[in-house]
Design a protein around this ligand. Structure first.
Ligand SMILES: [Zn+2]
Length: 252
């Protein structure tokens, strides 16, 4: 059964990866996710069914359009592989439990936010709203209504703290310091992990982002804005696994 579920989850992960890439590359440009159908950006060739199979098509086509031989953007294939593999690992590690489903939601957000925030400096609202609703549903099912209401309050705490950071940042730097997406995203930290680990997520995310921000600032390129979302969501992934250990280490 383990092998059977692993194969199914790999297919699910890679199919979702394909869908998420479409979502994360089209919605920021206000383009429909249904039309136009997936096509080659160079020659406009509309992809046929066998050219749309996650991962396999890219391998068979050796990364090139079947018509004009232009290289295909590998983003989608990387996302498909990432989610296919991590969905299986999540199942092997947790089995079908609350943590397994929470981890699938976090991994999905990692994929979507990495693509949309690095490409367009945007964190989409719809994945955040759907994730929050899924987490609330899962919590009601697994831990009950009272605990879930607490979780929502913890989410509001991490949201409020992040909002205060934004006000402080805007004041100090005299410009927009944090995007609205980063603040909305931080609601999920408290909702998923509670207020302590939720706040730790913001700290860990900033800790990961800091050296990169420093590097970009030192390079003094024209556009020295860096997206914060990818580091925050990586922080969530780190704290999801190691948060308790990190807390013990800090508090002693
Ligand atoms: Zn082409």
């Amino acid at each position: 059964m383990t092998i059977y579920y692993s194969i199914l989850l790999f297919i699910l992960g890679s199919a979702l990866g394909s869908f998420y890439t479409v979502l994360a590359t089209r919605l920021p440009l206000k383009r429909s996710i249904i039309k136009p159908r997936s096509h080659c950006d160079n020659c406009g060739h509309i992809l046929t069914a066998w050219e749309l199979i996650p991962i396999l098509s890219y391998v068979i086509l050796r990364g090139k359009c079947s018509k004009c031989r232009q290289s295909i953007d590998p983003t989608s294939t990387v996302v498909e592989l990432f989610l296919g593999i991590t969905f299986v690992l999540a199942y092997l590690y947790f089995g079908f439990s609350l943590n397994f489903y929470l981890l699938l939601i976090i991994l999905s957000l990692v994929a979507i936010i990495f693509v949309s925030d690095f490409k367009f400096m945007v964190i989409l609202d719809s994945p955040l709203i759907i994730s929050a609703l899924l987490v609330i549903g899962l919590k009601i099912y697994y831990v009950g209504m009272t605990e879930t209401i607490y979780s929502i309050c913890y989410g509001l705490i991490t949201f409020a703290v992040m909002y205060l950071f934004k006000l402080l940042g805007d004041f100090l730097f005299k410009k927009e310091s944090l995007g609205g997406g980063d603040i909305k995203l931080s609601f999920l930290f408290g909702l998923i992990l509670g207020w302590q680990l939720g706040l730790l997520t913001i700290a860990v995310g900033s800790f990961i982002a800091f050296p990169i921000a420093l590097y970009v600032t030192m390079k003094k390129t024209k556009n020295n804005e860096i997206p914060f979302g990818p580091y925050l969501i990586l922080g969530l992934l780190v704290v999801f696994f190691f948060g308790e250990t990190i807390l013990k280490f800090i508090i002693i």
